[in-house]
Ligand binder design. Structure first.
Ligand SMILES: Cc1ncc(COP(=O)(O)O)c(C=O)c1O
Length: 378
């Protein structure tokens, strides 16, 4: 076990040791404003919404486990109901998974064989990278959002593979910037054998008139081959779904290991997700206030010449070295805002950062106070 002890020492020396915190105690005892969760619409703290849901929950929801996989006896009514709701909203087939990690790490290897070339944005989430590693496909990571490089790679390779799959996030989890989905669709449409896979984990709920994500906002749902949405962020629930075509759905039900070899989610969890998705189009005011406070803080940081990577509700402030990022985060915490440092390997070496994650539940006056604190420390 020496290699583990040595590795652990190395992690400690580089200031990158992670520990699991007693987060409820920290947040409740300090009254800090949470800037580190992904509850972008503030639904997780909306007690009235939760109570409305519990009043509607019925006897079908009294069992707290599905006790088997979807392909055995776990495919309860809530799965049927949520997939048919999603199919109506997106006008395409939907397939529900246990989590975004399950979906990405299972769908990619199921769909990409050794005749496939995967071209993934360099900043794609670890769950997509693990999916790529598990697949037999050859893969190349293109520079973040560098579509000139992507086009070059496609031009050079499209004759040598039966298919090419472009993989990207729509809003990037760590940089908070966006993929240019219109350009990606244009690129993909110039070839018969190029497909587009878009992870909307940080956009679903937040973008689009109905809250379905950037693909809805840009009116590109029909043009994107696989859209993946997670339910554990703005939707304040758990699980994930993909939007695809009918034969891809059928194929995944038959081959996708992370769908087949895992226990289905409990009906109550999916009932809650369905409740949120049914109400998603009504949260327009929450999307607007999230946009407003995001603009406030992004404009301030720009006015201070702090180089920003994007302009969304995810605001990374790159500090550089890990120890310094930890120290600045602690200072901001002492002023009442729970900000966490994000360090390698989650982000590239030398780009440790504070990741400010805004929520529609944050008040404008608190964001103004946050701005004055950031002015002191960054
Ligand atoms: C872009 C992206 N995709 C997928 C996931 C995984 O989703 P889940 O938390 O549902 O496993 C995350 C979560 O952190 C993510 O940021």
């Amino acid at each position: 076990m020496n290699h583990i002890i040595n590795k652990l020492e190395e992690i400690k020396r580089s200031g990158n040791l992670r520990v699991l915190k007693d987060i409820d105690t920290i947040l409740s005892s300090s009254n800090m404003i949470n800037l580190a969760s992904n509850d972008y619409l503030g639904l997780n703290d909306d007690i009235d919404l939760a109570n409305e849901f519990w009043n509607k929950a019925n006897n079908d929801h009294s069992r707290l486990s599905a006790v088997s996989s979807r392909l055995l006896t776990g495919n309860h009514n809530e799965y049927i109901a949520i997939e048919s709701l999603l199919e109506k909203l997106y006008n395409k087939p939907a397939l529900f998974f246990g989590s975004g990690y399950h979906a990405n790490s299972g769908v990619i290897p199921a769909l990409c064989d050794k005749n496939t070339l995967i071209l993934a944005d360099k900043l794609s989430h670890a769950s997509m990278i693990d999916g790529i590693r598990l697949s037999e496909a050859k893969n190349i990571r293109f520079r973040h959002n560098d579509y000139d490089q992507l086009e070059k790679l496609i031009r050079h390779n499209h004759n040598q593979y039966s298919s090419i799959v472009i993989i990207t996030e729509s809003i990037f989890s760590m940089d908070g910037d966006e993929a240019d989905l219109e350009r990606l669709v244009k690129i993909k449409k110039s070839y018969d054998n190029v497909f587009l896979y878009v992870d909307e984990a940080h956009a679903v709920g937040v973008r689009g008139k109905k809250g379905l994500g950037c693909c809805e906002e840009k009116e590109l749902i029909a043009d994107i081959d696989i859209i993946l949405c997670t339910c554990g962020k703005a939707l304040a629930s758990t699980g994930a779904y993909i939007i695809c075509n009918d034969y891809v759905k059928e194929y995944l039900i038959n081959t996708c290991r992370t769908l087949i070899f895992t226990t289905a989610l409990p009906a109550i969890n999916i009932a809650w997700t369905r409740y949120i998705i049914e109400n998603l189009s009504k949260f327009e005011d929450k999307r607007s206030s999230l946009y407003e406070i995001s603009k406030l803080i992004n404009d301030f940081l720009r006015s201070k010449n702090i180089s920003l990577l994007g302009s969304s509700h995810i605001i990374p402030i790159v500090i550089g070295e890990s120890e310094k990022a930890v120290m600045v985060a602690e200072k901001i915490q002492q002023e009442g805002f729970f900000v966490l440092p994000v360090r390698p390997p989650t982000v590239p070496k030398g780009t440790a950062r504070l990741r400010i994650s805004l929520s529609a539940s944050h008040k404008k006056e608190d964001i103004i106070r946050l701005i004055s604190i950031l002015e002191k420390y960054v």
